[in-house]
Design a protein around this ligand. Structure first.
Ligand code: SF4
Length: 377
């Protein structure tokens, strides 16, 4: 069994820090809307790489149409995909939802199982999703570790490492079981509101206890016009997944194919905008954009409002769109899916570039996904 590293802060210190953070973020809870364990499981699957707010817009109609696992198991991907499209990765998500619902109906009589083992055996359900459902809807202590929990806990020093499971074990060891779920919810809120990728330390309730603050921020930081060292999660070692072995040449060919599917007017403008294929965004660039890798999806600009966009060198127009091979491959299951996702990303970015409204962009995207002409009248 892997040895669990000891975090810099003791268990007593961790509990005291969480107490302060709970006071700063009273009533922390999941922001996903649900009334049953089934609904929370569906919403959590949809929330991957998507905001809770967007998921909450989609789920009321979805739950009305598919009120339980049996109803959802009877749907097809063709029924489901248009309804969840706006949450991103909708093909993979619709497969997960259908697989999960079928397994819940066939193996558990329609009841969401209340153990980590049974939940993670369901298609599309990982440890984080299982912990969300166990802790919030099934009354079983669970401590979901997402990117906010990882970042915040490592910065403060109440956890050490970039493996969510290790961080979960460290936090669970320090906190009483009854506090596991609220610990996760509190750290998530702190990460969203205060300890963002570029942290707002001046507003933080645990600044005096935070190791990142004492070791990095307080010693000549961006606040004083100097470049601060940033928290950089270690890269995972070990073999890459089969899907990640695609050559750059092959990936670039898929991107090239994808660009043939976008509207002509957009293609014409490509003369002024470079589409660059990169492996993944640099940590510095993400920090600059105040983004986390999960937010970047396939293109750096996706999901970020135009007025807020800026490159490190101060250009706020998209004179290039970066398409990232690694996250794209991780999220897509086939060459076709990669082509489609890249085309949608570029359509989306150019839509913003031309000052189109979200509705106008969405209309083109809808036509694209329906396989209809994307040319404007
Ligand atoms: S002091 Fe700064 S880095 Fe530390 S937890 Fe607070 S916001 Fe995050």
């Amino acid at each position: 069994m892997t040895k669990i590293p000891k975090p810099p802060q003791s268990a007593a210190e961790t509990r005291a820090i969480l107490k302060r953070l709970e006071r700063q973020h009273p009533g922390a809870d999941t922001e996903l809307h649900y009334t049953t364990p089934y609904e929370l499981l569906v919403a959590t699957i949809l929330s991957a790489q998507c905001t809770d707010e967007r998921v909450n817009q989609v789920t009321p109609a979805l739950f009305k149409r598919y009120p339980d696992a049996k109803a959802l198991a009877g749907a097809t991907t063709g029924d489901l995909e248009p309804q969840i499209r706006s949450t991103g990765f909708f093909r993979a998500k619709s497969k997960s939802l259908l697989g999960m619902a079928t397994a819940v109906w066939e193996k558990h009589g329609g009841e969401i199982p209340a153990t980590m083992e049974a939940l993670t055996a369901l298609p599309g359900v990982g440890r984080k999703t299982a912990n969300v459902v166990l802790g919030h809807a099934l009354g079983v202590p669970g401590l979901p570790v997402d990117r906010h929990v990882l970042r915040v806990s490592n910065r403060i020093g109440i956890a050490k490492g970039d493996d969510p499971e290790i961080v979960e074990l460290q936090l669970c060891a320090a906190m009483p079981k009854a506090k596991w779920t609220v610990t996760s919810d509190t750290l998530i809120l702190h990460g969203r509101r205060i300890c963002k990728p570029t942290p707002l330390c001046d507003k933080c309730a645990v600044r005096d206890e935070c190791l990142y603050y004492s070791r990095v921020v307080s010693k000549g930081s961006r606040f004083e016009g100097k470049k601060a060292a940033r928290y950089r999660p270690r890269r995972r070692s070990g073999p890459r997944r089969e899907a990640q072995k695609m050559t750059r040449e092959h990936f670039e060919k898929l991107v090239e194919d994808a660009l043939r599917d976008i509207p002509k007017r957009f293609r014409k403008e490509m003369r002024n905008v470079a589409v660059v294929v990169e492996d993944e965004p640099s940590r510095e660039l993400l920090d600059e954009m105040e983004m986390e890798p999960g937010d970047t999806l396939f293109g750096l600009y996706q999901g970020t409002p135009l007025p807020e966009r800026s490159w490190a060198f101060g250009n706020n127009l998209p004179d290039r769109i970066s398409i990232y091979q690694k996250p794209t491959e991780e999220a897509c299951e086939s060459d076709d899916e990669i082509r489609d996702c890249v085309a949608e990303t570029v359509i989306h970015e150019f839509g913003h570039y031309f000052g189109m409204s979200e509705d106008e962009i969405e209309e083109i995207e809808e036509r694209f996904w329906r396989g209809e002409s994307v040319e404007e009248d």
